[in-house]
Design a protein around this ligand. Structure first.
Ligand code: ZN
Length: 80
């Protein structure tokens, strides 16, 4: 299963593409614009280069505790 890893500019056209990582930490992407694709296995020489180009997606953040819901204002009765 591939998980979203980050973003980087396409090698070919420069459009920012989504980089995914599989369970072996192999990085891969496919560019929708120019149909370029590529991958990089962990341990390859250019792996560090990939990491340097990729803007990492923040790991799934814990949900922030919900702030107190805004209190409803008491409906003001209209005095006739
Ligand atoms: Zn491209």
């Amino acid at each position: 299963m591939k998980t979203k890893f980050g973003h980087m500019p396409c090698r070919d056209c420069g459009k920012v593409v989504v980089v995914r990582a599989n369970e072996h930490e192999t990085l891969s992407y496919t560019c929708d614009e120019c149909n370029d694709s590529g991958y990089c296995r962990k341990g390859q020489e250019n792996y560090a280069t990939w990491l340097g180009r990729i803007t990492r997606v923040a790991p799934a953040a814990k949900p922030t505790p919900a702030a107190d819901p805004p209190r409803k204002k008491a409906a003001g009765g209209t005095i006739i």
